[in-house]
Design a protein around this ligand. Structure first.
Ligand code: ADP
Length: 231
């Protein structure tokens, strides 16, 4: 049973890398819980282990120790096939660069993950249009990525990430390549979507203004996940 307030939970997670003679401890008994509809900022200097944490939370990588629960399901012991299915169903990713498919329209980009999940084309199209409307780019849905601005492309990428109603949304500098005004606008749309959909969001950012607008900010310190103290 999923505890209602735990869309994502990392329990005593450990991860180390071996670099030649050295043992690099990235995560050491790290703990994190994110509730549905909650936004958590991950603020840490480059090399601290942000990607490692996002990959473990996103079931792209396995921890050496501990457990990752997504929507209440323990994912550590799942085989590769089940993990992949879980990742597709339950986790959405947004990257700094949108990785939209250039030969498809905005609408089709948001439809594709739904069709891969088995939804009929018409249903996928209806949901995609609804999400693009919600992100206020519904009028641009027939355009290909190259015909959209950076901020519009990123809003399509966010719509795509939540298309299959995931439990967890993971984002790595989702507004990192946008100017401050556009970044604020995209962040507002992202916030509205997180609140409305009840997805649990973990968002890596160097931008303290954005971090301040989330529910919590965390950082990594000697392998532990600790609160990030904003200046
Ligand atoms: P960040 O995303 O915060 O920049 P990473 O999670 O990518 O940090 O990496 C944290 C540390 O772990 C870095 O010192 C990096 O060199 C090291 N590291 C990352 N992946 C590997 C790997 N596959 N093998 C060895 N070391 C790694």
């Amino acid at each position: 049973m999923m505890a209602e307030n735990q869309a994502l939970r990392l329990e005593a997670v450990g991860k180390e890398y071996r670099q030649g003679e050295n043992h690099l401890v990235i995560l050491d008994a790290a703990e994190l819980t994110i509730a549905p509809g909650e936004m958590v900022a991950l603020v840490a200097p480059s090399g601290a282990g942000k990607s490692t944490l996002l990959h473990i939370a996103g079931l792209l990588d396995r921890p050496d120790r501990g457990e990752v629960f997504v929507g209440g399901v323990a994912c550590g012991t799942l085989g590769d096939e089940k993990r992949t299915a879980m990742r597709r169903q339950a986790i959405g990713f947004v990257y700094q660069f949108h990785h939209l498919l250039p030969e498809f329209s905005a609408l089709e980009n948001v439809m594709l993950p739904q069709m891969i999940a088995g939804l009929p084309r018409q249903d996928a199209a209806a949901r995609a249009q609804e999400l693009l409307d919600y992100m206020r780019i519904g009028a641009r849905s027939a355009h290909r990525p190259a015909e959209l601005s950076g901020g519009e492309q990123q809003r399509v990428a966010i719509a795509r990430a939540v298309a299959n109603s995931p439990h967890v949304l993971l984002a790595d500098e989702p507004t990192g390549n946008l100017d401050p005004t556009t970044s604020g606008y995209v962040f507002d749309a992202l916030t509205a979507l997180v609140r409305q959909s009840g997805v649990a969001a973990l968002i890596a950012t160097h931008n303290h203004d954005l971090a301040r607008r989330m529910d919590h900010a965390i950082t990594l310190d000697a392998g532990k996940i600790v609160p990030f103290e904003m200046d």
